[in-house]
Write a protein that binds this ligand. Sequence first.
Ligand code: AMP
Ligand code: GLY
Length: 428
Amino acid sequence: MNVLVIGNGGREHAIVAALAKSPSVQKIYCMKGNAGISELAECVNIDYMDLNAVCDWVDAHPDVKYTVVAPDDPLAAGLVDALEARGHRAFGPNKKAAEIESSKAFAKSLMKKYKIPTAAYEIFDDYEKALAYVEQGKFPVVLKADGLALGKGVLICEDMQQAKDGLKQIMLDKAFGSAGNRVVIEEFLTGKEFTPGEEVSVLTFTDGKTIIPMIPSCDHKRALDGDKGLNTGGMGTFTPCPFYSSEIAEEVMNKILLPTVAAMNAEGRPFKGVLYFGLMRTPDGMKVVEYNSRFGDPETQVVLPMLKTDLMEIFQAITDERLADIKIEWEEGACVCVVLASGGYPQSYEKGKPITIGTLEDGVFLYHAGTKIDNGILKTNGGRVLGVCAKGETVAKAREKAYRNVEKIHFDGMQYRHDIGIKYNAKG
Ligand code: AMP
Ligand code: GLY
């Protein structure tokens, strides 16, 4: 079977690499792909937000029997619906189900209605009312733009001045565009002894009936060592998550995963695809910080290399709603991914810097995010450029291996965190 993957980043590189191992997959196309993906797939230069153009391309390629929609924006725009309307098989939630990510107001209302643990909140579409609400409340307080904002629409405000500025930025200046027409104002969740809570990303496979969690992973969202600096799309990840005990996994299954699947069904929005749970450990148990309607980036780069089961088989089982029949198996041990970013990221940065890569150790995977081939030379083409991933018996061994290989890669302005995998007492 030939397959099309939608997306350009490190996550899509990891999905393409996993599909390339499937005995049932012959050829992979990727729209638009990047330099690394082009080694495994034929890249197709079409804007995937032009839903008609994507559907026309699939119509014109009858050899392509399945399309995997990986990024949030085409899911939110309804690409899966559009493909299915033309009789094509596609992986990912439809537009109504994808709202669990594309509208934070919808996600919060769902959790309130079905008693799924999350931070207390209010929703406002009027700036004055939002301001009046914040004025009565306590700090810190969390402001979230309702819509998709590249992971940057969340502001944690320590005092009234910051909250005022934040509300203005989101609702009046529209710093995140129309995503800020509505704002969710949330209670700040804390961990033990009022330190920020420990966080874990639980990606799951679900066909709307059965839900199967993947191995838990941890993201490092801030740009600089020690969780300093601005929020980014993610500067590195590791798996397993050190605090995620079997007791916590059971609590999460019973209080969060199963109730979410049931809630989406009860709302007439059955979710089929990958449902991502961003969770925080609090004194009152595990709570949902966010839902995503897709694989996480860069979580996927550490999770999929550990998957022993054929990913294509899982995708097909989800489409056919027979996920309960599949046994999903994982490798033992750990995996760490260190993101190499352009100087200046997540703010302004330059593209087009030549990248040199020495000989990497066996078993190190280099997932390309923002790269391109220009006149035969590999160059940077985005904020997050490469993800250097290594496995090991423990997180410590995997991270040592990943960092040994980071040193073999160079481009002008290259920046990365030095503490990926050092969090929550990660020993492995
Ligand atoms: P999100 O984009 O919703 O994942 O939020 C980005 C980050 O902000 C999360 O990973 C948390 O670290 C933090 N955050 C979001 N909501 C809260 C909250 N209610 N309390 C404390 N921290 C939060
Ligand atoms: N790593 C966080 C996300 O994919 O949204």
